[in-house]
Design a protein around this ligand. Structure first.
Ligand SMILES: [Zn+2]
Length: 247
């Protein structure tokens, strides 16, 4: 065999082995994400016709009050998973959420994607947020939502050790990519069932967690709350939904 051919065979085998290892790694990576998500709270097994609306990434001085107004008008509550840095910047909005009867949860300080992160870093993100929420509202949160829902068993153990329950969602409004409030309402109403935890955002947009335009979310929530109530659903906080769990 010519040396050139030998080199080609050697090089191709090398690439093939590399690609195979990469493929296995990708599969394990996503498998772990999905597997871990399955063993996390994302839906509550309840005998009651209850659902929980949740809002991530706030508080926002512009959008959170608008969502609170909709909730107040309809006499319902929700859970807001807040970023520590936003609580620090807008403590009065965090207080408004609590005063309205809604619940505050921890969503890290800087929207840190905590997938397999260092223990020290994750602990700081959670603790700093907890401190900001405590200073603003006087309350210590007990629910934690990892940004993007990416979390491993190791991360979850630490979250638990710090006094939190990891909460994901069973229905995703996809309000950061969907630009049609009527579609969001239709999508959710076609799938909603008792015990669902529904994900929305009260800050940011497609490119980040700051500012953004959440007009569509406000409109969608307004329509959705009315429709859910008309169908006999009670809208509550995640903590109250968890308290109604089947034994
Ligand atoms: Zn988020």
């Amino acid at each position: 065999m010519k040396l050139f051919t030998k080199k080609i065979i050697f090089f191709s085998s090398f690439v093939l082995v590399g690609l195979s290892i990469f493929f296995v790694w990708i599969c394990l990576f996503f498998d772990e994400v999905l597997f871990v998500r399955k063993s996390t709270i994302y839906h509550v097994d309840t005998p009651l016709k209850m659902v929980a609306l949740t809002f991530d990434d706030g508080p926002s001085p512009e959008w959170t009050p608008k969502i609170l107004a909709v909730l107040k008008e309809n006499k319902v509550k929700a859970t807001f998973f807040m970023l520590g840095r936003h609580v620090k910047a807008y403590p009065q909005i965090a207080r408004m959420v609590v005063a309205q009867g809604s619940e505050v949860g921890n969503h890290t300080y800087n929207h840190m994607v905590i997938f397999n992160s260092s223990t020290v870093k994750l602990e700081k993100e959670i603790k700093d947020t907890e401190k900001a929420i405590k200073e603003a509202t006087g309350l210590t949160p007990v629910l934690m939502r990892p940004p993007k829902g990416w979390v491993t068993d190791k991360d979850k153990k630490l979250i638990n050790k710090l006094g939190y329950e990891t909460i994901l969602w069973s229905l995703n409004s996809k309000d950061w990519v969907t630009f049609d409030d009527k579609y969001i309402v239709k999508f959710i109403m076609a799938r909603v069932k008792p015990g669902d935890i529904i994900l929305f955002h009260d800050s940011g947009g497609f490119f980040g967690t700051e500012g953004g335009n959440r007009d569509e979310t406000v409109r969608a929530v307004s329509m959705l709350v009315e429709k859910l109530k008309a169908r006999g659903f009670v809208l509550t906080t995640v903590s109250e939904l968890l308290a109604s769990r089947n034994p």
